[in-house]
Design a protein around this ligand. Structure first.
Ligand code: GLN
Length: 197
């Protein structure tokens, strides 16, 4: 069955996320307004600047609506990088308007301002296949605390860089910047399981 996955289209690699979703067997849809959100069964929040994204989401009423859908219907949301910050319950550093439903503390720009980007091969046990994932980090946050309902899915140099809590998934890196679609595949499979299709 068709699975329609929204990509928040305020900032970031919207086109690349859409392309990965198509390759993972889903139908992508750009989400800008609260009305757009009604027509999708899940949402990806791309990286960018979390303060800006959070402010524009709040103006559109998207924050409340996402919070409601997560609480009432276990709406699947995958936040990458700035998206991780927007899902985090607590944030170190200036703290943007956000969804705040995942029981983690995110340290913004934890890798320093200009150790801006790097790529690292990381192990993610839940993905199909044995190969490591080429993770691209861009001014990435770090998860510095997580609650009992959170499952860490991958660590890099001692910090958690991917985690899950119920219908919420986060990664500190940008999976859309590599040719590897396995994380999008994992998310789409998670959505299918949640919808039982
Ligand atoms: N550090 C950025 C922020 O605070 C996120 C960077 C990214 O999404 N690549 O919003």
């Amino acid at each position: 069955m068709d699975v329609k996955v929204g990509v928040l289209a305020i900032q970031g690699d919207v086109r690349e996320h859409k392309r990965h979703l198509v390759l993972a067997g889903a139908t992508p849809f750009e989400v800008r307004t609260a009305k757009d959100l009604d027509s999708v069964q899940a949402l990806i929040i791309p990286g960018g600047e979390s303060t800006t994204i959070g402010m524009l989401m709040a103006e559109e009423g998207l924050i409340e609506k996402i919070q409601r859908r997560v609480k009432e219907e276990h709406f699947p949301v995958y936040g990458t990088c700035a998206g991780l910050i927007l899902l985090a319950k607590d944030v170190i550093g200036s703290s943007p308007a956000r969804i705040g439903l995942m029981d983690i503390t995110a340290d913004r720009n934890a890798y320093g301002r200009q150790l801006a980007s790097f790529e690292a091969k990381i192990r993610i046990a839940v993905l199909q296949g044995q190969s490591e994932f080429p993770a691209v980090f861009i001014r990435a946050p770090r998860i510095v605390r997580y609650g009992p309902d959170v499952t860490p899915l991958s660590t890099y140099e001692g910090s958690i860089v991917m985690a899950e809590q119920g219908s919420l998934l986060v990664s500190a890196f940008h999976p859309e910047m590599s040719g590897d679609i396995r994380i999008h595949q994992y998310f789409v499979d998670k959505v299918r399981k949640a919808l039982k299709v």
